[in-house]
Design a protein around this ligand. Structure first.
Ligand SMILES: Cc1cc2nc3c(=O)[nH]c(=O)nc-3n(C[C@H](O)[C@H](O)[C@H](O)COP(=O)(O)OP(=O)(O)OC[C@H]3O[C@@H](n4cnc5c(N)ncnc54)[C@H](O)[C@@H]3O)c2cc1C
Length: 400
């Protein structure tokens, strides 16, 4: 039986785990990253992740430090304006529209959008450039035992690993988190999200639009043109049975229903990819660290996809971990560092999950008086310029 030593073992090679591998690999650490599911790196392949990720400004520094941004930039679509639309009146057409323009707070766009399958492709290619990163797709973490000096991790290929730092990036049901006995608080909404890409006749003008009616937001995020037609990624949240009904509709009927739900803001919408369905929950781990272990991304926090917070918070986890490693490179994975990681991230994570939970519940409302109250709330918050600017900065990832 082989026992190998590494600085860092990353359990989970989703987008967060792959970014962590590129980041700590670029920093010079020896890294092993394992995932039982090999990454799907083509849009049309079975199992492709058809969501997109809007990276907000603070994430750029992490992508650059991981040597990823130069690869991703040619495929990224600038997000210049965040538009909030309330369509909660008697008919599903926009009745209140408010634009949050990045120029109000910055010289840069507020974010950049990229398809998730493409992120995986470019991240795997980046890891191939890093001889100190051993990426093992098709291999799972099967056992974890921690002690003061190391984390001992068993892998499904029979390898036993001793790591100075174990990073749990293995998703919302994280086996690492469970092995450490760290509990979670979960909130359920009975809601699902459909994620897919569409083309439309009207240009998106680099505007990301969130339309609120009932059941949850309908969000259009700009993508590059496709076969000469403007293209957007859509996340459409609805109560579970309604989402499943929509997912099963014949394509022509689906196109008609989503065009109506969009208030036809870009003209008729045409489905361009499969429809994928994602369960929606909020969840926070009671702690973000344990002995020799840091939890990041969905292993530590899950929330509804509103305001593009999820993966951006995961990159914020990585930013803090990297800073702590840089401050004491010879002491990575020791208790003081991991305690500090927990204390720096957990309050911020709790605040953001609470905020997104409230926004989601407001967006789900079906009773007319509550929808009217929501519309009035959006209008009055927007009207106060300092409040609007603070909300924009917070939304872009500034610390509260
Ligand atoms: C519809 C939708 C839209 C979203 N849009 C955005 C957005 O625009 N911006 C944004 O910031 N966020 C967004 N998010 C959130 C974002 O997608 C997630 O935060 C992100 O994908 C989570 O990544 P992850 O790597 O933590 O989890 P996952 O992608 O679930 O990865 C976990 C990995 O762990 C692996 N694993 C499981 N068991 C083991 C094991 N035993 N050993 C090793 N590995 C294991 C799994 O195979 C998996 O690959 C969205 C989410 C949804 C649902």
């Amino acid at each position: 039986m082989t026992r190998i030593s590494t600085d860092i073992l990353i359990s989970g090679g989703g987008v967060a785990g792959l970014t962590a591998a590129a980041l700590f690999g670029t920093e010079g650490y020896s890294v092993i990253c394992v995932d039982p599911a090999p990454p799907v790196t083509e849009e049309t392949a079975e199992g492709a992740d058809l969501r997109s990720t809007a990276f907000l400004q603070p994430s750029l520094a992490v992508l650059k430090a991981a040597g990823l941004w130069d690869r991703l930039a040619p495929f990224a679509t600038d997000l210049q304006v965040m538009r909030i639309v309330d369509a909660g009146g008697k008919i599903p057409s926009p009745r209140i529209t408010r634009d949050f323009n990045a120029t109000d707070v910055s010289d840069l766009p507020f974010g950049w959008n990229l398809p998730n399958w493409l992120l995986r492709r470019e991240m795997v290619r980046r890891l191939e450039d890093l001889p100190n990163v051993d990426f093992r797709p098709g291999t799972a973490t099967t056992g974890v035992l921690t002690r003061d000096a190391e984390a001992l991790v068993d892998l499904s290929d029979g390898t036993k690993v001793s790591a100075r730092l174990l990073i749990g990036a293995d998703g919302r049901n994280s086996p690492v988190r469970e092995a450490l006995g760290i509990g979670v608080r979960t909130m359920r909404y009975g809601q699902k999200a459909l994620a897919f890409a569409v083309t439309h006749s009207e240009p998106h003008g680099n505007v990301s639009t969130e339309i609120h009616r009932s059941g949850g937001p309908f969000t259009l995020v700009p993508l590059p043109d496709r076969d000469g037609r403007p293209c957007s990624a859509i996340v459409w949240m609805e109560r579970g049975p309604e989402a499943l009904r929509l997912a099963a509709l014949p394509e022509a009927e689906f196109n008609a229903e989503m065009t109506a739900r969009s208030g036809a803001i870009y003209g008729p919408l045409r489905l361009e990819t499969r429809r994928t369905v994602w369960p929606i929950i909020s969840q926070v781990a009671h702690r973000m660290s344990g002995e020799r272990t840091a939890l990041i991304a969905e292993a530590a926090h899950v929330m509804p996809p509103i305001g593009a917070q999820g993966l951006n918070m995961s990159l914020a986890d990585l930013r803090v971990l990297l800073d702590l490693c840089r401050a004491a490179p010879n002491r990575i994975g020791e208790d003081p560092m991991l305690d500090l990681y927990h204390r720096r991230r957990h309050p911020e994570v709790l605040a953001r999950v609470t905020g997104i939970d409230l926004l989601n519940r407001a967006s789900m409302q079906s009773a007319q008086p509550l929808r009217d109250l929501r519309a009035a709330g959006v209008a009055s918050l927007y009207a106060l310029k300092p409040v609007r600017r603070t909300l924009m900065r917070l939304g872009m990832g500034a610390r509260g």
